[in-house]
Design a protein around this ligand. Structure first.
Ligand SMILES: C[S@@+](CC[C@H](N)C(=O)[O-])C[C@H]1O[C@@H](n2cnc3c(N)ncnc32)[C@H](O)[C@@H]1O
Length: 454
């Protein structure tokens, strides 16, 4: 049963039990809702819901702006008939996409048009840093529309040909995305319980529909469309069959995972370890704490650690990663590698072949996990004062200067005028003011037109 493996992500101690509205901690009494059928086990469940709601609102505003841009282009003179046709299709698809995504995320209760796009852009936060609502949207199409060959190849590589059965095991898939690998593993091996966990409610909601055996129609917007018809493709997503009730979805953050220590016989990390913003040694220790004694860690994906691109120290090679796995309390991993097709959408001219690594490592020792990296208490409890660190003070000052600079933009002032004000306000020395104003205004002009990741 799902509830047997759960632990409170707020106090990191108490067991969770089900009550009418969701889950409740036996120790600290924190409550966690079920949203749209998904156990919503974030440390700060309301905050997480609010954040995803804001992101969806922003996504809808961006889609609206994109569709408006298409309408404006269509109003132009002298368009090729083929251009007109492509834009007409695309505009309709963008609008329809917004409606479909809103419908899927209806349980988040987004009020379309309720918030100001500029305010949302300015105030958007990140949870966890860099994980946007549509970051891995294409994975859903790969999982449930056109990716059978890719999905099968991934399963086989992870599974080592199915040599070691998971029958009767408790399995956790971290960063399960739209859920296909968890589904395939579950169907192949029939574990006692498979928990597919992710932070992203859009992907989870898609997985939920698939697991229930329902179909979804969603637009794919390929990276490099093959032709006019492929600029937006309405696809039907469906699973081969409904999943059984032992395959469960959970919305939560792996950095404060809501599970009992050692709750799983197998923890699977598909395309996950190198996209999270935690140094690999800490993540490996975190995974150790979720695996039962003698259990296994199955990993699949690239070993690129590219997210920490500025920190050379943390960009571990495969060899280092394998050593770090052992330091984190696992036996030497059994490694397999294969060149796998990756995101080869039939609608796109862009397709990858990934030299993919899979390992299986047995837990031999328990190591201390790092502290949970959930939001601090003053975020969860909105009545507490927001601490003001020296860093934050300095950031507040630079943000004020930023806002002041922007307020000088009135369509009449030149760079010289702006630089003069900076000197008058004693914000800069005369010799620094003009170069600073030039660089700042150039960056602002560029940023203003840039699409953002929601
Ligand atoms: C590269 S995608 C892989 C998705 C899926 N495993 C697949 O192979 O298609 C990484 C996934 O990790 C999820 N993710 C990122 N950070 C996470 C976190 N801290 N906790 C849980 N899931 C996270 C993302 O939402 C995304 O679905």
């Amino acid at each position: 049963m799902l509830v047997d493996v759960l632990r409170c992500p707020r106090c990191d101690r108490g067991a969770l039990r089900e009550d009418r509205a969701g889950y409740i901690c036996a120790q600290c009494s924190a409550g966690f809702p079920v949203i749209g059928g998904l156990p919503w086990l974030f440390r700060d469940p309301q905050g997480a819901a609010g954040e995803w709601r804001a992101r969806l609102t922003l996504l809808l505003a961006e889609l609206r702006a994109d569709a408006d841009g298409v309408t404006t282009a269509l109003a132009g003179q002298g368009l090729l008939p083929a251009t007109r046709e492509r834009l007409t299709r695309l505009g309709a698809a963008l609008e329809d996409h917004g409606r479909r995504v809103t419908q899927i995320l209806e349980p988040l209760q987004v009020h379309v048009g309720a918030a100001d796009r500029d305010a949302l852009r300015a105030l958007r936060t990140r949870m966890p840093v860099s994980q946007g609502l549509t970051n891995y949207y294409v994975n859903a199409h790969r999982d449930w529309a056109w990716g059978d060959a890719e999905n099968a190849a991934s399963l086989d590589l992870l599974d080592g040909g199915g040599a070691e059965t998971l029958s009767g095991a408790r399995v956790l898939v971290l960063g399960a995305g739209a859920g296909r690998l968890a589904y395939d593993l579950h169907r192949r091996h029939g574990p006692a319980l498979t928990v597919a966990m992710d932070v992203n409610p859009l992907l989870l909601a898609i997985a939920q529909e698939m697991y229930a055996g329902r179909t979804l129609e969603l637009h794919e917007f390929p990276l490099a469309p093959r032709g006019a018809a492929e600029h937006a493709v309405l696809r039907t997503l469906r699973a081969p069959a409904a999943a059984d009730e032992r395959l469960r979805l959970v919305a939560a953050d792996a950095m404060c995972a809501p599970f009992q220590p050692g709750a799983f016989d197998v923890v699977v990390t598909p395309w996950f370890i190198d996209i999270v913003e935690e140094p690999f040694p800490a993540l490996a220790a975190r995974i150790n704490s979720l695996v039962a004694d003698g259990g296994r860690w199955l990993n699949l994906g690239s070993v690129a650690f590219a997210f920490l691109s500025t920190q050379r120290l943390l960009q571990y090679s495969l060899e280092e990663a394998l050593e770090l796995v052992q330091r984190a309390g696992f036996a030497p991993p059994v490694v397999r590698e294969a060149a796998l097709p990756y995101m080869q959408s039939p609608a796109s001219r862009h397709a990858r072949v990934e030299s993919t690594v899979a390992w299986a490592a047995r837990k031999t020792a328990t190591v201390a996990p790092p502290d949970s990296r959930g939001p601090p208490e003053w975020i969860v409890d909105a009545t507490l004062p927001v601490p003001l660190s020296a860093d934050l003070q300095s950031h507040a000052r630079s943000t004020r200067i930023h806002a002041f600079m922007m307020s000088l933009l009135d369509g009449r002032r030149s760079l010289n005028d702006i630089a003069r004000v900076l000197v008058e306000q004693r914000l800069m020395k005369p010799e620094d003011a003009l170069p600073a104003a030039r660089a700042f205004m150039l960056k602002m002009q560029e940023d203003a037109g840039r699409r953002i990741n929601v």
